[in-house]
Structures are given as C-alpha cells and as structure tokens.
Design a protein around this ligand. Sequence first.
Ligand SMILES: Nc1ncnc2c1ncn2[C@@H]1O[C@H](COP(=O)(O)OP(=O)(O)OP(=O)(O)O)[C@@H](O)[C@H]1O
Length: 358
Amino acid sequence: MNFNDLSQNAVSDAHLTVNELSLSYHPSSKTVLDQISFELPQGQIACLVGQSGCGKTSLLRCIAGFETPTAGSIQFGKRTLFDSRTHINIPAYQRQIGIVFQDYALFPHLTVADNIGFGLQHLSKTDKQGNIDALLTLIGLEHLACRYPHELSGGQQQRVALARAIAPNPQLILFDEPFSSLDADMREALAMSIQQLLKAKQISAIVVTHDQQEAFMIADKIGMLADGRLQQWDTPIQLYQAPSTATVAKFVGKGSFLQAQQHGNELVTAIGALPMSNYPYFADSHQVLIRPEWLSVVPQTNSAVNGLITAKQFKGSHVVYEVQLASQERVLVYSPTDVAILGETVGLLITHLPTSRQ
Ligand SMILES: Nc1ncnc2c1ncn2[C@@H]1O[C@H](COP(=O)(O)OP(=O)(O)OP(=O)(O)O)[C@@H](O)[C@H]1O
C-alpha cells in the first residue's frame, strides 16, 4: 500500500481559527487564557512557547476539547468546534484531532502494530493491516512491529505515539512537550523527521515546547504566551528579529537592551545612531534590543565606540563577549574567533542590519 493512500480522505479545508479564547478553571480564579486569537492554515506547524505556567498546555487542552473555555470560539475548516455564544462544544472524541503527549501514553499490553492500529477498528482487516504497515515504514520501525512499548527506546516509543496519532488520518495533531524526555541529539533528529512527515501529509500541528531552538527549527509560526496573553504570533525570524513587546524580546534568544533617544528616523544609543525601522524599539521604556550577532569586537582604533571586556565565554563555535560601554551599559557580542582578552578595551562595530520590521 502506498502511504499516500492514507491521506485520500484529507479535505483541504483545515484552517484553524481561534478567536478571543479565554479560560478560567474556576469562576472565581484568575484568567488562565485571556482573549487568545490566531490562525493556522492547513499544513502549517505552530509552536507555543512561554514561561512555565503561562497557559500553553491549557490552550492545547481547549483546542483538543479537554477543557471548556469561558469565552471565544474555535473553528476548524467548516466545523465550529467551540463557540461560547452559540453554546457549541463538540466533545473531544468527535473533534478528529490527534494528540501526542510527553509520556507517549502507549498501551503497554499492546504491540507496536496494535498500538498504531488502535484507532482503525472501523476498517477491514486488510485495510487496517495496510495502514499499519505503511505507518511502520514511515516511522522506520517495520522490524519492531511485534515488540511491546517497554521493549523500545524513548525515541522509538515517541515515533509509535506519532504513528498512532496519524493513523485515523487527522488534519491537526497537538503535541505537548513531545521530545522533553529525550536527549538533545535524539530530540533534534526526531523533531526534524516529524516535521518532514507532517509536511508530507499536510497535517497541521501545534507543539508545546520549552525548547526555543526546537521551535525555531520546526515552526512556521511561533506563539509566545505570557500570563495567559498571546504576546506575538509570528514566523520564527520575525519573532527573533522583530519582537513586538519587551516581554517577547527578553524571552526569545539572547540580547541586550540599550537606552535610546528617538531623533527623526534614528535611535541614538551608546553604540551610535541606528535606523529606527530596523531595530526593535520599545517606546514605553525607551529601549532598543541589540542581538549579540549584530555587533563585532574590533581593535580599539577601528571604531569610535569603545568598551571594556567584562566577561568572556568560549562556546566552541564562537566566543561570547560582554562589553561595558562608556554609558556603563553592557552588551553581548558574538565573535567567530577569539579576538580579545578579559579587561581589554576594544572597539565595537555594528556589522549586521536586522531585516526591516514588517
Ligand atoms: N486543572 C487545573 N485547575 C486549576 N488551575 C490549573 C489547572 N491546570 C492548570 N492550571 C493553572 O493554569 C495556569 C496555566 O497552566 P498551564 O499548565 O496551561 O501552563 P503551561 O504554560 O503549560 O506550564 P508548563 O510550561 O509548566 O507546563 C497555571 O497557573 C496553572 O497552575
């Protein structure tokens, strides 16, 4: 059986729209989700990031149908899954959404093949076996079909969990920290193979992760939550280069904040005047964000802006310098080579112009 046959029932109308979704677990308790709105076109992968307790899992559980939001709506293609105004609330088991949890949640008494085939009871024996074989091939575990979950590694178990979620042919799969119990190499390899698999099948996915690098690697869109509010819903590059709030800027990636005074189209800072349209500027605090790779450490004589190296870390592929400016502000700078020693006075150049903010 060709694996493509599995997607023959897929409808193209699988656009997820979450509109002004709010949630409080108890009427008197605080708002856990506060008017969350975003859209996810079919086949796109979104990652939810944010501090512990910001509401990532709660949002996933609302979409899955495990929690009842206090207000708002969830539309998936032509189907309304939830709408507080019209009192529509499709039960979880009828939402046709796949779910993959952190702990795999495989059935321990079923083999790999039977775990994958669990949601395919409605098919004939031949069709069911065909689907299971195609999925086993897809996840590269044909040779382990008869094993039980406890006889598999963590990565293998997670691949079986994914195959089980894909088997009923959902158009959306929700992942809650799917790779968190795996080691770094395994995480990266599995994240990439799952991304390819989802893309090949045009399955949309929402992935809750603590790992920003993982989100950058697999996401078409990243949603950053803080205190139950969606701070930004954007491409990974935009989130990194043009964070819309200081909260996002502080959470995503590394960087330094410098005081900035706006003069026309420029931001005047201790490292010079910067074109305002290119740099993330937070007007309420008069601060501009400078990423470490936007600057270079050069000999003192090569720049009008000087600073003192106050810290230095060798990271293998690059060196991280902390440079104290005349204003007493400190900036981080990445350098591909080791060019200065601790306590040395160096020059600083702005060598990279971030892409224009949209
Ligand atoms: N069943 C529940 N009843 C009451 N409060 C809850 C319940 N589940 C979660 N909360 C609260 O809702 C808030 C958001 O929790 P949630 O698990 O969604 O956050 P999270 O971003 O997924 O956190 P983490 O990254 O630690 O998993 C927290 O303050 C949490 O204590």
